[in-house]
Design a protein around this ligand. Structure first.
Ligand code: FES
Ligand SMILES: [Fe+2]
Length: 450
């Protein structure tokens, strides 16, 4: 439970709020780069600020304020100039820093334009995403988190806009046990109700919902640790309480401030789920899918990383619920625009959520004291080419979730299981299914045991 004041501090992201100031210390992914290739000017709302993202004719990208300062036309109606964004009304042009660089029809040779500047935030492309930095200078380095830069991998980017505060999306990652019900019992109920249980989940060994339901058997406690880049957490199981054996599970890794990473070493499917605040009550949710090929298999090079929208409602307005992200998304939205945490009743399964809230509180306090929060990188000489946000230990196979090959629905899209994830809408699915088929063939080949 939080007080109303604590809840305000941890959820609101506007300029000048404690969480808003913390978020503004990070590079934030704002759009798929592929979208910007098709739609050269678009309005973007991030952290409660209305902005315009554009790609100029020379390929430069920029993120600038909403209004043209001439007579306040909106720049979302602008169009690309050679090296900036032109206003639709009288053609004034602004570069990516927000500097006015052309005022056609005003007196030639004057210095009028030099005195005119609007907001301009630095933007960069990495891993098929456009990233923006909206905080104070000096601008930090853009960290090469692993899935953005892994070689020999396929990628696709799923986007969903959710009508709720970003924190309830992100608290889901501190909540490993929700899977047993939301993606287990409830998923089963939904498929049964539609008469699709056998068709969609006939194989109890592979289908997600059976594995998820087992997750609740024999829980002794939850565990959580802070890590260099965020936190890790999981469940302690005891045989005496009904588990198959005494063991410890690890679930998705959390990268501060709003990433979670599913998958793990030797898993073909890796994913970042990134919870970018549009404003206090809307979230831009990115499913960054990365599908790793082992060295024996070479995947085709993707010139541009494709993206797709994840639909969450049927045409008649009913919520879609038959895939994992949709189940999560509707649970989060159902918690309200901003969850009232003054009324919640936390149990033992919420231990990682309590940890996560403390971590946010600590990092907000660091920024309030003028310090540098975690995961801000500044030294190019010590910046690696690839940063693992969480544990990436190939020997750690004792922990559940780290098995090689085609062993569950997320490694068997070629067998039809892609339908259970948002990935099913992705344009790279045929390539991904083919990769999983090749991985299975490799596992089954006589040389695999050598
Ligand atoms: S309002 Fe933009 S150029 Fe006139
Ligand atoms: Fe979930």
């Amino acid at each position: 439970m939080l007080t109303a004041e604590q809840n305000e501090r941890i959820t609101r992201v506007g300029l000048g709020t404690p969480m808003g100031e913390l978020m503004r210390r990070y590079w934030i992914p704002i759009r798929p780069y592929a979208q910007l290739l098709d739609e050269k000017v678009m309005s973007v709302r991030i952290l409660g600020e209305d902005l315009v993202l554009f790609r100029a004719k020379n390929g430069d990208i920029g993120l600038v304020g909403e209004y043209c300062p001439h007579r306040m036309a909106q720049l979302k109606y602008g169009f690309p100039g050679e090296n900036g964004l032109r206003c639709c009304y009288h053609g004034w042009m602004f570069d990516g820093t927000g500097q006015c660089i052309d005022t056609p029809m005003e007196a030639p040779g004057g210095t009028f334009k030099d005195q005119i500047k609007i907001t301009g935030y630095p933007v960069k492309e990495l891993g098929g995403l456009v990233w923006a930095y909206m905080g104070p200078e000096p601008v930090p380095l853009l960290p090469p988190w692993s899935l953005l830069v892994f070689p020999n991998a396929l990628r696709q980017i799923g986007i969903a806009e959710l009508s709720c505060n970003w924190l309830q999306c992100h608290e889901n990652t501190g909540d490993p046990t929700h899977s047993a019900y939301l993606h287990g019992h409830y998923f089963k109920f939904l498929l049964e109700q539609e008469g699709k249980l056998d068709e969609r989940a006939g194989d109890e060994q592979t289908h997600t919902l059976y594995g998820r339901m087992k997750l609740e058997e024999g829980i002794e406690s939850l565990w959580v640790n802070g890590t260099e880049h965020g936190m890790e957490k999981g469940i302690n199981y005891l045989k005496s309480l009904g588990a198959k054996e005494d063991h410890k599970s690890r679930h998705s890794t959390v990268i501060f401030p709003f990433f979670t990473q599913t998958g793990g070493p030797n898993r073909p499917r890796q994913e970042f789920q990134i919870r970018v605040p549009i404003d206090d009550t809307n979230t831009y949710h990115i499913n960054y899918g990365c599908y790793l090929a082992p060295p024996e298999i070479e995947v085709p090079v993707q010139e541009v990383i494709p993206w797709y929208k994840v639909p969450l409602y049927h045409d008649d307005g009913r919520p879609m619920l038959d895939f994992v992200l949709a189940q999560d998304a509707h649970a989060w939205i159902s918690q309200g625009p901003i969850t009232d945490r003054t009324n919640e009743k936390l149990g033992r399964t919420d231990l990682p959520i309590v940890f996560m809230r403390r971590q946010f509180e600590e990092q907000m306090a660091i920024v309030e004291d003028g310090g540098e929060p975690m995961n801000v990188f500044r030294d190019p000489d010590t910046m690696p080419d690839l940063i693992h946000g969480g544990k990436w230990d190939m020997k750690d196979s004792a922990v559940i979730g780290i098995r090689r090959g085609v062993s569950n629905f997320r490694t068997a899209y070629h067998k039809g299981y892609g339908i259970d994830d948002a990935d099913r809408y992705g344009p790279a699915m045929p390539l991904i299914a083919d990769l999983m088929r090749q991985i299975e063939d490799l596992e089954n080949s006589p040389a695999a045991g050598d």
